[in-house]
Design a protein. Structure first.
Length: 128
């Protein structure tokens, strides 16, 4: 069974493109359009990785940080205007990584596959 990545973004076209990119990496993309919807999905299901827009209509990526600890997933942030300073801030605050837009297929696959594998390995070790 493929691992699922939750993508939080109001942009349906980005979700469609990412879904195609991740299919070959054996990752299924689940799309939530806002933070409220994403939190509901996170409470109902386990995701090894979450990719979120930095700014959402109902919150920011930082609003997800407490859930990364309680729900046990890696948080990857995306933003079209991301720079080295934003990347450093995101990492220092607890994000797994940052993906700059427009999305580069190899980078998307590398980052999200790595995040999913890391959490999968951690969950298997914790269950032992």
């Amino acid at each position: 069974m493929d691992a699922a990545v939750l993508f939080i973004s109001p942009y349906l076209q980005d979700a469609q493109v990412l879904g195609l990119m991740l299919a070959e990496a054996s990752l299924v993309l689940i799309h939530a359009t806002c933070l409220k919807e994403a939190v509901s999905r996170l409470e109902a299901d386990q995701f090894p990785a979450v990719l979120t827009e930095a700014q959402l209509e109902d919150g920011t990526w930082q609003d997800l940080l407490p859930l990364t600890r309680s729900q046990g997933f890696e948080l990857v942030v995306t933003d079209a205007s991301a720079d080295a300073r934003f990347w450093a801030e995101a990492i220092n605050l607890g994000a797994y990584d940052l993906l700059v837009q427009p999305f580069q297929e190899t980078e998307v696959r590398r980052v999200l596959s790595s995040a999913a594998r890391r959490i999968g390995a951690w969950r298997r070790t914790a269950a032992s």
